[in-house]
Design a protein around this ligand. Sequence first.
Ligand code: URA
Length: 209
Amino acid sequence: RQDAPVAVSEIDSLAAARLAVQDCRRCGLCEHATRAVFGAGPDRAAVMFVGEQPGDHEDLSGQPFVGPAGQVLDAALAKVGVDRNASYVTNAVKHFKFEPRGKRRIHQRPDGGEIQACKYWLNLEIKLVAPTLIVALGATAAESLLGGNPRISDLRGRGIELDDGATVFITNHPSYLLRIPDAGKRAEEQEKFEADLGQVAAIAKQLVR
Ligand code: URA
């Protein structure tokens, strides 16, 4: 493996980063994914959402959160009044990790080394976008942003300040809701997810940029 060919200090815009990430060889995930999926949104945004990694739809389209998980996220954001288009949406890991099964590609969770390798790109996005509030969607994003092995149930619903001054707010990953088989439990978790995002909306309204 080799490092990304462009040093982080030489990348001074999201446009340059978006090009450079396609040559990334920092871990092995680039070998099977169609492309790297970089973040999307305004160059400067007060709120950044961080997911886990692109899924099948995102790998094919090149855009984050456009598949089923993205639809859950979009619906919840619309309900609580957060404008996705005014936010920056990205992932902790930029390549889709999957296991081929027949014609399907089954999502695999990225490991600690892959999360760490890709932190290079997430750090760069945080530096360039300079969000005040970073919403970690799920455990992989929380691990990338906070280190260790954070438990969503222990940390959700409150802000945790990072060294650079940004606040990380943790909630579940929207895919989690899609995987709950019991309708009652799913509705309960959906409500908690929307309540968390309602808090994000309230904080976002106070952020004047
Ligand atoms: N899940 C994620 O974590 N990110 C995406 O972009 C899509 C699905």
